[in-house]
Design a protein around this ligand. Structure first.
Ligand SMILES: *Cc1c(COP(=O)(O)O)cnc(C)c1O
Length: 639
């Protein structure tokens, strides 16, 4: 990396905790407003004025202005009760500063109010949205000519779409086989063993375990073998999304004699709670979401995953998808996705089973920027370590990030580690052909009737949402222009937050809060630190949880003007055994109490790139330790 320049540029990227860059910010906002005003003033001036100068001197006009001004002042005053995410004292949730680039671009584009449902009403920002998706895809290493992506309201929506598409691809071979039969055409498909066979003769289990690209190849082959409208009708007659689950199962029995057990989705214990909403909403069912335990570092346990896959194969239970997390919401743990990919290959070979692999990188996706040189080259782990100088990351960490390119779909939230204002989530799919399985054509919006390239910019036809802010696309786009998705830009910011988290982790050593003790989860993969506070007089788990709950209550928005902000989480058995059982031994707490109570864990999310401290920067690590000790002392007195 070239000298200290990124560290100097960093000072210009954010408004700053004391609004140090207010003059810059004001200039850019004013310029954006004035530029927009000029646009209006020069748009068909021959139309003349609608609001006249004399209108602006009427009492009713004055009353309206007075109302607006006072109400705004009321709102501005009320907003002071909001949470100070900009401050180094805030380590609550995955929320921090926004980049100036994003804020200004959002404001500027908001004045134009483009709707990125289709380029007809967002000719500029739809293009920006597709560019941004391509940038994120390049960062994680997707093949640029095959992949596709778009922005949306956030990780929940993006994850929903990923599973919606996954389910479509998984069940597509069934529709293909029955449609080919109805149409009376042979249809070759590549099996898991690599051999081509006619899809019409395959068992239901085989059909539900075809590789996605083989399925999509067959899908296109069928479209070539009969008139398009016949193919669409034949597929619709047999597709799950057209028929709905209830009738679909009945038809599977008719066609194959046995519907097989209902499909499952495998997720790690650390999975975001949105996944439960998603399996419920998609009709897959919460009971068909199977939790795989995590290891001591809160990463999915690859052996446990393999056991689950083996069990599914033995029962002939189709696995619709395996979700792996890149940056868990509670711990910022990065699953060993390379090992999950290896398990998928082994399952195809040894079990005749395969699945859609999704990486939920809502939180951690931007960390891939750490691994990119300015020319896009992937950096080696030792190069990254020497650039940032604090012994991070490991070779295994890099392998997990590199494996993102093997996932069928990925979700990344620009409104988390992209430092973009809400709403900005992103979905990326490896094979763009899969989006056809969820597309719908509204007659009033579609520029043309079919999936030709000119439809590319009618994003609404491929996605769950309809209207959505072009301003969000402009915000992400300008931020990526100013802060590149490599080691100089986002990589630099994120490495600094990880360094800050590691510093806090080190500072929370056992006696840091004496007479209180601390116990930590292992050093995090990214920027979240988890720990508990102990005291010699607190010996049972119920009281220990009460102590940590009390500390949290004093360092959260619930308290009156807390000195610092942290969050807490309650982890539970058996999913978290891997992470918690080693701590129980140190605590001398019997496992039966853990089974009953779970464990309250304190959590600090380091979004502030200055948190790690340095010359002429407030030392919030020490500040947080003092606040913790004060909160612990006050809580113990009240227990
Ligand atoms: C935040 C998060 C989500 C949900 O994203 P929203 O933008 O809040 O909808 C999903 N998965 C993970 C891992 C997350 O951290």
């Amino acid at each position: 990396m070239t000298g200290p320049a990124p560290d100097e540029a960093l000072r210009a990227w954010f408004l700053g905790p004391r609004a140090e860059n207010a003059d810059l910010f004001e200039r850019l906002i004013l310029e954006s407003l004035r530029d927009h005003v000029f646009w209006r003033r020069n748009h068909h001036p021959e139309d003349g004025f609608t609001i006249h100068e004399s209108d602006r001197r009427r009492p009713g006009y004055d009353d309206a202005i007075a109302r607006l001004t006072e109400e705004l002042q009321g709102l501005l005053a009320a907003l002071k009760r909001d949470v100070p995410f900009f401050s180094g004292r805030y380590q609550g949730h995955m929320l921090g500063e926004q980049t100036i680039a994003a804020q200004v671009a959002y404001f500027a584009a908001m004045l134009y109010n483009p709707n990125n449902v289709t380029e007809e009403v967002s000719p500029v920002t739809t293009r920006l949205e597709l560019e941004v998706a391509a940038q994120l895809a390049a960062m994680i290493g997707y093949p640029p000519d095959r992949c596709w992506g778009h922005l949306c309201g956030g990780g929940t929506i993006a994850n929903f779409e990923a599973l919606w598409i996954a389910r479509g691809v998984r069940y597509l071979p069934v529709a293909l086989a029955l449609a080919a039969r109805d149409l009376g055409v042979p249809l070759a498909v590549r099996g898991l063993d690599g051999r081509q066979a006619d899809i019409r003769g395959q068992s239901l289990w085989t059909l539900l375990n075809l590789q996605s690209d083989a399925t999509l190849d067959a899908y296109h082959l069928l479209h070539e073998s009969a008139p398009s409208s016949d193919v669409v009708a034949a597929l619709d007659a047999h597709s799950l999304s057209a028929i709905g689950y209830q009738d679909y199962t009945r038809r599977l029995v008719e066609a194959f004699g046995d519907p097989l057990p209902a499909g499952v989705v495998l997720v790690p214990a650390t999975v975001h709670y949105s996944w439960e909403k998603i399996v419920r909403a998609l009709g897959i069912g919460a009971q068909r979401m199977i939790t795989v335990p995590v290891d001591g570092s809160c990463r999915i346990d690859p052996d446990a995953l393999w056991r689950e896959l083996t069990r599914c194969a033995a029962e002939r239970t189709p696995v619709l998808a395996v979700v792996s997390v890149c940056g868990t919401t509670e711990e910022a743990a990065i699953d060993r996705l390379d090992l999950v990919v290896a398990a998928r290959e082994r399952a195809a070979r040894e079990l005749g089973l395969t699945f859609h692999l999704h990486s939920d990188a809502c939180l951690g996706g931007y960390a891939a920027a750490v691994t990119r040189a300015p020319d896009g080259r992937r950096l080696r782990a030792d190069e990254i370590r020497s650039a940032h100088g604090f012994g991070w990351p490991s070779q295994e960490w890099l392998a997990s990030i590199e494996a993102l390119a093997q996932a069928d779909s990925i979700t990344i939230d620009p409104h988390k580690l992209g430092y973009i204002p809400y709403p900005a989530g992103a979905l990326l799919i490896r094979d763009r052909r899969a989006r056809a399985l969820v597309s719908v054509d509204p007659p009033y919006l579609a520029p043309t009737g079919d999936a030709r390239p000119q439809d590319e910019r009618f994003i609404g036809r491929w996605i769950l949402e309809g209207s959505k802010p072009g301003a969000a696309a402009a915000a992400v786009w300008l931020s990526h222009r100013v802060i590149p998705l490599d080691e100089r830009g986002y990589g630099h910011i994120i490495a600094r937050t990880v360094r800050g988290a590691h510093r806090l982790h080190a500072a929370l050593e056992r006696n840091a809060l004496a007479p209180f003790g601390t116990l930590r989860f292992p050093r995090p993969d990214l920027n979240i630190v988890n720990w508990i506070v102990t005291h010699p007089s607190v010996t049972d788990l119920g009281s220990l949880n009460a102590l940590n709950d009390g500390i949290h209550a004093r360092l959260s928005p619930a308290a009156n003007d807390p000195a610092y902000y942290i969050t807490r989480t309650r982890v539970r058995p058996p999913a978290y055994d891997g992470a918690v059982v080693p701590l129980l031994a140190e605590l001398g707490v019997p496992e039966t109490e853990w089974q009953r109570e779970g464990l309250v864990v304190l959590r600090a999310v380091v979004m502030d790139p200055f948190f790690g401290g340095g010359p002429r920067i407030p030392d919030h690590v020490q500040g947080l330790l003092h606040a913790l000790k004060a909160a612990a002392t006050a809580t113990l007195e009240a227990l």
